[in-house]
Design a protein around this ligand. Structure first.
Ligand code: 5AD
Ligand code: SF4
Length: 346
């Protein structure tokens, strides 16, 4: 049964009215199939109205699994000695992006651990080469760096930057990312916005110690910062990390947070994340039916891909491009044709 208050909140959200933390909490704490259905349908209407039927594909090149950070949740953390580390050469990365263009992708995401070998200059040089040789939009996802690096890379031609908040709880953030603070993370996000990047954030759902209130705070932060992209996915414990024994996040909960985020943020880009597809083979489809409009296929060369082991299941193929295209078209959606900017390029 759909309660009157539930429906009222959904309707207010759909009209673009701001929702209070109590409203968000009420939406998330519902545990009724009919209410879930109404939530997902509302998210889908908002998705259709604000961003249409296009699903944008962003090819990810995971070019180095070397990381100086020690995040408790991540298999690439510095102290994980069981991981075989690799670093692709700029030439190999460039080849990957040429390939991305050949298979019709419009955006590449260059992602790595926080790897100091990729200095400001090395990455600037690579970005310039990619821009000379392809017409791809470039998204960087290489962690927290000085604002001067962000500036140089923007000048070199980078278009977008992904840096997830991970959690809006300062205490949880500090516990899970030793030596780092949420404040510094937000300072980086602010710098990126000021430089004119399209900026992506996101969180993990079901982190050990994360409360309902923390998740509401995540959604409020998404709204307040008006991010251009927001990646939402379940936490998945990795056996070679201190969180090995913690339970995984709940996919259904993660999809609900995605749906509420769609309703609250309107036209932002929301990926059906890889982590959603790991916990359930239908995970990405469920996300696409709850407001998502982006998929990020992994285009890292096979010999490296298996070592980009952020969480278990991550490196297993979730079907190639053909099955992705089939999934998208089977839902009555179309592959995004252009670069898929949220804002018109300046
Ligand atoms: N489970 C799910 N997502 C994770 N990430 C890192 N570790 C995990 C994990 N164990 C996500 C973080 C990071 C992105 C690269 O992967 O959100 O930003
Ligand atoms: Fe490094 Fe990012 Fe993993 Fe943290 S989440 S250990 S910064 S790769």
């Amino acid at each position: 049964m759909i309660r009157e208050r539930f429906l009222k909140i959904l309707q207010a959200g759909e009209r673009g009215e701001g929702l209070s933390s109590e409203d968000l909490d009420f939406l998330l704490s519902a545990e009724d199939q009919e209410e879930d259905g109404a939530l997902f349908q509302t998210a889908e209407r908002v998705r259709k109205e604000k961003v249409g039927n296009e699903v944008h594909l962003r090819g990810i090149v995971e070019f180095s699994n070397i990381c100086v950070q020690n995040c408790l949740y991540c298999g690439l953390r510095r102290d994980n000695r069981r991981l075989r580390r690799y670093r692709m050469t700029p030439g190999e990365i460039l080849d990957c992006t040429r390939n991305a263009m050949k298979i019709g992708l419009k955006t590449v995401v260059l992602q790595s651990g926080e790897d100091p070998w990729f200095t400001q200059d090395r990455l600037s040089g690579l970005i310039r080469r990619i821009k000379e040789e392809t017409d791809l939009a470039i998204t960087l996802s290489v962690g927290e760096r000085p604002a001067e690096d962000y500036r140089a890379w923007k000048r070199a031609g980078a278009d977008r930057y992904l840096l997830k908040q991970e959690t809006a709880s300062p205490a949880l953030f500090a516990r899970l990312r030793p030596g780092r603070t949420l404040r510094e993370r937000l300072d980086s996000l602010r710098a990126l916005k000021e430089l004119g990047y399209e900026v992506g954030s996101g969180n993990m759902v079901g982190l050990p110690g994360q409360t309902e209130k923390d998740l509401v705070a995540d959604i409020q932060l998404f709204k307040e910062w008006d991010f251009d992209m927001i990646g939402i996915g379940p936490f998945i414990p990795h056996p070679s990390t201190p969180l090995a024994e913690s339970p995984a996040g709940d996919l259904h909960r993660s999809v609900k947070i995605l749906a509420v985020t769609r309703i609250v943020t309107g036209n932002t880009h929301l990926p059906a994340t890889t982590a959603s597809g790991v916990l359930d083979p239908q995970g990405r489809k469920k996300a696409l039916l709850a407001g998502a409009n982006v998929i990020m296929p992994d285009i890292t060369p096979g010999k490296y891909r298996e070592h980009y082991d952020i969480y278990p299941g991550k490196t297993e193929p979730q079907g190639g491009m053909d099955s992705l295209i089939q999934l998208i078209t089977s839902l009555g959606r179309v592959i995004g044709r252009g670069a898929g900017n949220r804002r018109p390029p300046s």
